[in-house]
Structures are given as structure tokens and as C-alpha cells.
Ligand binder design. Structure first.
Ligand SMILES: *[C@@H]1O[C@H](CO)[C@@H](O)[C@H](O)[C@H]1NC(C)=O
Length: 315
């Protein structure tokens, strides 16, 4: 019994030593992991901290770039594009309006009936569709034909309770969220595609004209009465609900902002006169942030990896 007891005790001792060894080993390893985790966290904390000093620096840098962008084209990270929108909806609008929203992988067609008093959107219909992948890199004609066809089908399904005056051609607001050099409130030429679109022959073209030509081909009697980008559309809707709204910011597939500027401050377009004394300026601020946002080693690694991937995809 005594011997057996000793053996059992010895086995237990060896066993508990082994267990202790495993536990200590684990603890050491997890300490290492924990230490590593703390290192990562403190790197992030440092890299992403938005101290007041840092925020002030960003504000100052943005003010400088805004001035430069309003002074001349191409002189700033902020494009500060003119929109020719000098008045925003105030809630008194009445009637049926159409809208087309193209700015990412999906596009939407909308019909709204406005009642003439603030916040009275009587009816509102929306249809959302993905843009077929192959159309994002095909030809201008193919893309706009597809959009016009979808719009035609939407209009043809018009319901009787939308009071559309029979002889009036329909009015379309076109939200086109790519950098555009606006030539009037109803037209503008595409500067470049972004967000996965790459259709060479649209660059430099009047996008309202591209759409109107496609609509005519489909027998759709509709005019583009406003060409805006999504930030301007966001500002217009907010202003419809609250006239004190002066700026809009979009955080989506990309990021952008617009605001109402005094025409006198838009130096690159001297003598610009509007009935309101102001104009909405589309900042196109995406590239500003890429040089002012924190960039940790992980962002660098991820960027390098995705650049390599898309290079490989291109090859
Ligand atoms: C762009 O196209 C629209 C629609 O066809 C037209 O009304 C406008 O005059 C055109 N703008 C320019 C600058 O060609």
C-alpha cells in the first residue's frame, strides 16, 4: 500500500508538474500575445488620436486648400467645383418630379409627388437596380441606353394617382456622383470616372446630353432639369425640410461635401452673379483626406496588398 501510495503520489506529482508546465507555457505565450495586442492597440491609439491640436491642423489645412480651390482650378487638393445651384428647395414645390441616381454600383429611379407645403411628400416611389458589371467598363452608349431603358420601364408602370399633366414633358433630376465640370445647372462634362467605372469615351462629354440622347432613342419624353452630385442632392433635401441647412456631407463608397458659398468669395469665377448672392460649391474633398487621415502601418500594408491585387487583376 505504502509503495503504491508513493507511486501514485509520484505520478500525481509528475502529472501536476506537467499540468503546471503546460499552464505556465500557455500563460507565457498568452502574455506574449497580450503584449503584442497591447502594442497594436497603442499604435492605433497613437495613429488615430484626434487631439485638439491635430483637429486644428486639419481645419487650418482645409481652410488654406478651400481658398486655393476657390481662387483657381487645379491649384488645390479640393476641386471646389461650381454647381450653378443658387437656390435650394424651400418646401413650396408642387407637382410630380422624377429623379435618377447614379453614383456607385447601384442606380435608383424615383418619382415623387410634392404637395407644396414643407415636408409634404405626398407619394414617393423608388426602384433600385445594380449596374451590370460589364456595363461599368463598356461604352458610354451602352451604359446610358441601359439606364434609359430602365427609366422608360419605370415610367410606363406609372400609376394613375400620380397627377402628371398629359402635355407636359416630364422633368428629371439627375444625381450623378462623379467629378463633373458643370456648365450650367442642367449640364456638365465628366472629368473622370471613379468607384469602379472606367468608360473612356464618356470623359469630356456632356452627361445630360448622353442621357437625353438615350431617352430620345427609347421614345421617352423627359428633360434633365438639374444635374447634381449626391452631396448637392443631400443638401437640397435637407434644405427642403429646414431652410437653415447650409452644408451636406456624404460618407459612402466615397466621401464628399458641399456648402453654400458667397459668390464674391469664388474668385476663380469673377463677376459671377446669382439672384441669391450665393452658390453651392461641391468640394470634392476625397483626395484631401487621403493626405490628412491617420495612416498606420496596417493601412499601408492593406493599401500595398490591394494595389498588388488590382495590378495582378489588370495583368
Ligand atoms: C448639355 O446637354 C443638355 C441636354 O441635352 C443641353 O440642354 C445643354 O445645352 C448641353 N450643354 C452644353 C454646354 O453643351
Amino acid at each position: 500500500m505504502g509503495k503504491v501510495g508513493l507511486v501514485v503520489a509520484a505520478v500525481c506529482a509528475v502529472g501536476s508538474c506537467a499540468v503546471a508546465g503546460v499552464l505556465v507555457g500557455r500563460r507565457i505565450r498568452s502574455r506574449c500575445k497580450w503584449g503584442r495586442a497591447l502594442d497594436v492597440l497603442s499604435e492605433f491609439e497613437e495613429g488615430c488620436s484626434t487631439s485638439t491640436a491635430r483637429l486644428r491642423h486639419v481645419v487650418d489645412a482645409m481652410a488654406v486648400e478651400m481658398h486655393a480651390g476657390l481662387t483657381s482650378d487645379g491649384g488645390s487638393k479640393l476641386k471646389m467645383l461650381l454647381t450653378f445651384v443658387s437656390r435650394l428647395p424651400d418646401g413650396n414645390e408642387k407637382g410630380t418630379y422624377y429623379a435618377l441616381d447614379l453614383g456607385g454600383t447601384n442606380f435608383r429611379v424615383l418619382r415623387v409627388q410634392l404637395g407644396g407645403r414643407r415636408s409634404t411628400i405626398i407619394r414617393h416611389q423608388v426602384e433600385q437596380q445594380p449596374i451590370p458589371q460589364h456595363l461599368m467598363t463598356s461604352t458610354s452608349e451602352e451604359l446610358f441606353d441601359y439606364i434609359a431603358m430602365t427609366l422608360k420601364q419605370f415610367v410606363d408602370r406609372e400609376e394613375g394617382d400620380f397627377d402628371q399633366e398629359p402635355d407636359r414633358s416630364r422633368e428629371l433630376g439627375f444625381t450623378f456622383s462623379f467629378p463633373v465640370k458643370q456648365t450650367s445647372v442642367t449640364s456638365g462634362v465628366l472629368i473622370k470616372w471613379t468607384k469602379g467605372f472606367a468608360i473612356e469615351d464618356t470623359v469630356g462629354k456632356n452627361v445630360s446630353q448622353c442621357l437625353e440622347e438615350a431617352m430620345t432613342k427609347k421614345g421617352l419624353d423627359m428633360r434633365v432639369t438639374a444635374l447634381v452630385n449626391d452631396t448637392v442632392g443631400t443638401l437640397a433635401l435637407s434644405h427642403f425640410h429646414d431652410e437653415d441647412t447650409v452644408a451636406a456631407v456624404v460618407l459612402g463608397t466615397g466621401t464628399n461635401a458641399c456648402y453654400v458659398e458667397r459668390t464674391g468669395a469664388i474668385i476663380k469665377c469673377q463677376g459671377l452673379l446669382t439672384d441669391s448672392g450665393g452658390m453651392v460649391v461641391n468640394m470634392e474633398w476625397g483626395s484631401f483626406w487621403s493626405s490628412h487621415l491617420p495612416r498606420t502601418s496596417y493601412d499601408v500594408e492593406l493599401d500595398d496588398e490591394s494595389t498588388n491585387r488590382s495590378d495582378q487583376a489588370r495583368l
